[in-house]
Design a binder for this molecule. Structure first.
Ligand code: BES
Ligand code: MN
Ligand code: ZN
Length: 511
């Protein structure tokens, strides 16, 4: 998708489709509170062209609601699409992101390959760039389709997406933010393209190759190890998951080391990369098992975030570790009752082989610490219990350090991704004490997302750490106006922003 910014007056922009946002300004409540849609455009000709239809009351400017006008009077554009941002009081830059995605997804099935999206004229929604960045991110998100294996697939991707900015805008700030949005949108889609692959096409080895190819392209250090390295590092927990599969595991290690930064914090991104989760000997029911190809979404998020970090060049060193394996039942698979020794030396009693994500992450976290990580963040499609708790709306977040979480919370303000913090606590840790070894890999039915988090906590220990359980939101079950059904790419944007929050904490030497 080609992207650009235009600074021309909206009515003079020659486009196949010009999308313009609108908000509902009605504040009264009650039955006679009729929606009062207002176009967020300064151009008088555009306003005039939409007046009749906006006055008709047919269009309410609800979030992602659309209305199309052909041959709008006085405009150079062939079509005008009004896109709702919802209630004015609630409209944010995140509404703009979704509106841009909605415009793209409106255009695609209609054979429209080029569109122009007008930034809202409202200062708060587009000031100094965040609006432009969000719009282009949303356009990339909307452009992604997961149907790559359909023979009848006609590529409907958008060829060119232009953001039209108000003439008085601060051009330099806008262009910088826009360029960031392109990188972030492409990186999120890169993660989604990995998650979208079925288990037979994307094995742990292939995931490693994809990460290495990307790393080479953008100039990121990346090494991919397998069985021998797991044994050398004594990663007994990680290895135990892979031992039942004919596919070897992959330990993907990415290092972003900007020139001149030799000290300061080293955040490490640790991702669960189960390329298919059958459950192992504690096998899952057949219904919906096909979904378990997305059990590497946490790993993909880390690979996507590392791509964005490398291209955006923050002055902070970053480690990326993805523990990739296939969880299979077989004659060599681990069994309930087995005891594994993790890299940290802790012994783990395996109660359920389907609680495999925490096993691979236990060693990933320990390795990150050994490599010098000062802060840890992990992302994993870890528990069904998290989906029960938060549904498919919010992902779960846990942290052992409030300041580190506050930095993540600030990142959410930029990313617009929805995470909800859940508690940790000694009582939950008690639920996973083992009588046979140091710890067991499940803690029973209640509080399953939290006992899983406490399991990871036992390996992160006192290092400031955040755990993201993305099981409920890594796959969009029902398509939305701004995103197709399929992989969401959740985590890439927030993790990137969290990492950028460390910038400046290093003593920089001049080079
Ligand atoms: N990959 C699953 C969790 C999952 C569930 C992801 C639904 C996406 C959607 C994980 O490995 C798993 O199987 N967890 C078990 C843990 C249990 C055995 C303690 C679960 O949640 O049932
Ligand atoms: Mn599992
Ligand atoms: Zn799993």
């Amino acid at each position: 998708m080609q992207t650009e910014i235009a600074f021309a007056p909206l009515s003079q922009i020659d486009a196949e489709l010009l999308a313009v946002p609108a908000v509902d300004t009605q504040t009264a409540k009650g039955t006679d509170a009729k929606p009062s849609p207002v176009l967020l455009a300064d151009d008088e000709t555009v306003k005039a062209a939409t007046r009749t239809v906006l006055d008709s009351g047919e269009f309410k400017a609800g979030a992602n609601e659309t209305l199309l006008l052909h041959a709008p009077a006085g405009l150079a554009a062939k079509r005008l699409l009004i896109v709702g941002l919802g209630k004015q009081a609630k409209a944010t830059v995140h509404s703009v992101r979704n509106a841009a995605g909605t415009a793209v997804r409106f255009a695609k099935p209609r054979g429209i390959r080029k569109l122009v999206f007008a930034l809202p004229s409202s200062e708060t929604l587009s000031a100094a760039g965040p609006g432009a960045r969000a719009a282009v991110e949303g356009a990339f998100v909307g452009d992604f389709d997961p149907d790559t294996y359909r023979s009848d697939r006609k590529d409907q991707s958008i060829q060119s997406f232009t953001v039209a900015a108000p003439a008085q805008a601060d051009r330099a700030a806008l262009e910088a933010a826009f360029a960031e949005g392109v990188i972030v949108g492409e990186s999120q889609n890169f993660a989604r393209s990995l998650v979208n692959e079925p288990g037979n096409k994307l094995t742990p080895t292939v995931l490693g190759q994809r990460a290495a190819e990307m790393a080479k392209e953008v100039g990121l250090q990346c090494e991919v190890y397998s069985t021998d390295k797991l044994h050398e590092l004594k990663m007994g927990a990680f290895w135990s998951v892979s031992q039942g599969s004919a596919e070897p595991p992959a330990l993907i290690v990415m290092r972003y080391e900007p020139e001149g930064v030799t000290d300061g914090p080293v955040p490490a991104l640790v991702g669960k990369g189960i390329t298919f989760d059958t459950g192992g000997i504690s096998i899952k029911p057949a219904d919906n098992m096909e979904k378990m190809k997305y059990d590497m979404a946490g790993g993909a998020a880390m690979i996507g975030a590392m791509r964005a970090i490398t291209l955006l060049k923050p002055k902070v060193r970053v480690l990326g570790i993805v523990c990739a394996a296939e969880n299979m039942p077989s004659g060599t698979a681990q069994k309930p009752g087995d005891v594994q020794t993790a890299m940290s030396g802790k012994t783990i009693e395996i109660i359920n082989t389907d609680a495999e994500g925490r096993l691979v992450l236990a060693d990933g976290l320990a390795y990150a610490k050994q490599l010098g990580a000062t802060h840890l963040i992990d992302a994993a499609t870890l528990t069904g219990a998290c989906v029960v708790a938060l549904g498919m709306v919010n992902a779960g977040a846990f942290a052992n350090d409030d300041a580190t979480y506050a930095q993540f919370d600030a990142a959410l303000g930029v990313s617009g991704e929805k995470f909800w913090r859940l508690p940790l606590g000694e009582e939950y840790m008690d639920m996973i004490k083992s009588e046979i070894g140091d710890i067991k890999n499940t803690g029973g039915r209640w509080g399953g997302a939290i006992t899983a988090a406490e399991f990871l906590h036992a390996f992160a220990e006192d290092t400031p750490w955040i755990h993201l359980d993305i099981a409920g939101v890594a796959w969009v079950e029902d398509s939305k106006p701004y995103i197709a059904k399929g992989p969401s790419g959740i985590g890439v944007r927030s993790i990137l922003e969290w990492v950028r929050g460390f910038e400046g904490a290093s003593t920089q030497t001049l080079v």
